[in-house]
Design a protein around this ligand. Structure first.
Ligand SMILES: Nc1ncnc2c1ncn2[C@@H]1O[C@H](COP(=O)(O)OP(=O)(O)OP(=O)(O)O)[C@@H](O)[C@H]1O
Ligand SMILES: [Mg+2]
Length: 370
């Protein structure tokens, strides 16, 4: 159970394809999936329902056959290895505990299958239960535990066999909001303490941002972008990623063009030509573009205010919401509705009030439309 017992493993996907065949025809659930997960890394698969997250995870576990491509764990080909021979453990949303077994026996299950000695099993199970803080429930049945406690048992059962890779399929979605936050922090702590490689499936962007070394954003079976939470938020490669992660203002820009010096682009916004950076250099001349402006980059001033050095536009407040630590405004402008998040400003705004929105050109990103 200690870090020294587990050798962190890499997981490499090369051009993985999964096609399901049924009497209704073939469904391509995953296509051209290529990714290298580094030893000890926590990578999240993030994307809308049906984009292929669970399917990809189940191919790593061996619960689904890989139609095409190659899967390596620590450089060893896994495609044809039986699930129970793969060095992985999986934690499910439904916990999947054995209802008729005590907590202790649930945690011990995998070790008993392996025919470990009684003494070794006792010691490993005790350590795993201690790590997960469930020692006091050892003799209870799963139905005598809360959802959060059951998920801890599932985690203890997953780590007790000292897998090289931990797989999580939306493990927190049955828990209430507060407990989710607590458990995700704990999962991250344990993953780092053990130094174990982990792949975490979620459709909750905040969850992915808070625990991941890198995030894989998926759409319709394909990878849209791989990057650190900062990369994905600050430099989304297209409208889909920008929209999926965080809140965004996306302006239609007609005929953006590369700026003469290169490196940036010129877009027409609020009746002005504005030089802006291109996110991740993914936009190419001639392609449809969108100008991305995150709401926290928008300033809102009183109507008629004099603001120098920024792009400004008059507007009218159409929504005002107070969240304590920040305020959310929506203003109607010549470019449509503009969302703003104002931190550390206490001014109350009335709906219908005139205002002036302002932003810096370098806070805009030109991204690929759609
Ligand atoms: N056994 C199956 N037979 C046929 N199609 C399937 C099967 N399992 C999944 N699919 C299809 O494959 C696609 C990907 O499904 P998958 O379960 O991987 O999505 P997901 O990203 O995990 O979604 P969710 O967030 O809803 O859990 C979907 O279009 C789904 O309908
Ligand atoms: Mg799923």
């Amino acid at each position: 159970m200690s870090a020294k017992n587990i050798e962190p493993s890499s997981v490499d996907f090369t051009n993985i394809v999964k096609r399901y065949r049924s009497k209704h025809g073939a469904v391509t659930a995953v296509e051209g999936f290529t990714l290298s997960v580094r030893p000890g890394e926590l990578v999240s698969f993030l994307g809308p329902s049906g984009c292929g997250k669970t399917t990809t995870l189940r191919m790593i576990a061996g619960f689904e056959e890989i139609t095409e491509g190659e899967l390596l764990i620590s450089g060893q080909r896994m495609n044809d290895i039986e699930p129970h021979r793969r060095p992985i453990s999986m934690v499910f949303q439904s916990y999947a505990l054995f209802p008729h077994l005590s907590v202790r026996d649930n945690v011990a299950f995998g070790l008993k299958l392996r025919k470990e000695s009684g003494q070794k099993i006792r010691s490993l199970v005790d350590t795993a239960m201690e790590t997960m803080n469930i020692g006091q429930y050892a003799d209870r049945a799963p139905h005598e535990l809360s959802g959060g406690q059951q998920q801890r048992v599932a985690l203890a059962r997953a780590i007790v066999t000292e897998p090289r890779v931990l797989l999580f399929d939306e493990p927190l979605s049955n828990l209430d909001a507060k407990l989710r936050v607590k458990m995700r922090t704990e999962i991250r702590r344990i993953q780092q303490d053990l130094g174990i490689t982990a792949i975490f499936v979620t459709h909750d962007q905040e969850e992915a941002m808070s625990i991941s070394d890198r995030i894989v954003v998926m759409r319709a079976g394909k990878i849209e972008q791989v990057g650190t939470p900062e990369d994905i938020y600050e430099e989304p490669v297209n409208q889909f990623v920008a929209d999926f992660i965080g809140s965004s203002n996306l302006f239609d820009v007609r005929h953006p063009r590369l700026s003469s010096g290169g490196g940036g682009a010129v877009v027409r916004l609020f009746g002005q030509d504005v030089s802006v950076p291109i996110a991740g250099s993914r936009w190419e001349e001639g392609a449809a573009g969108k100008a991305l402006l995150r709401p926290e980059r928008v300033r809102v001033h009183s109507e008629g205010a004099e603001v120098g050095g920024q792009i400004t536009a008059p507007g009218r407040v159409t929504r005002y919401q107070y969240f304590g630590d920040h305020t959310r405004l929506e203003c109607e402008t010549a470019e449509g509705a503009v969302k703003a998040r104002l931190y550390g400003q206490s001014r109350h705004w009335k709906v219908g009030e005139g205002c002036l929105i302002a932003f810096e050109p370098q806070d805009i990103r030109l991204i690929k439309a759609s």
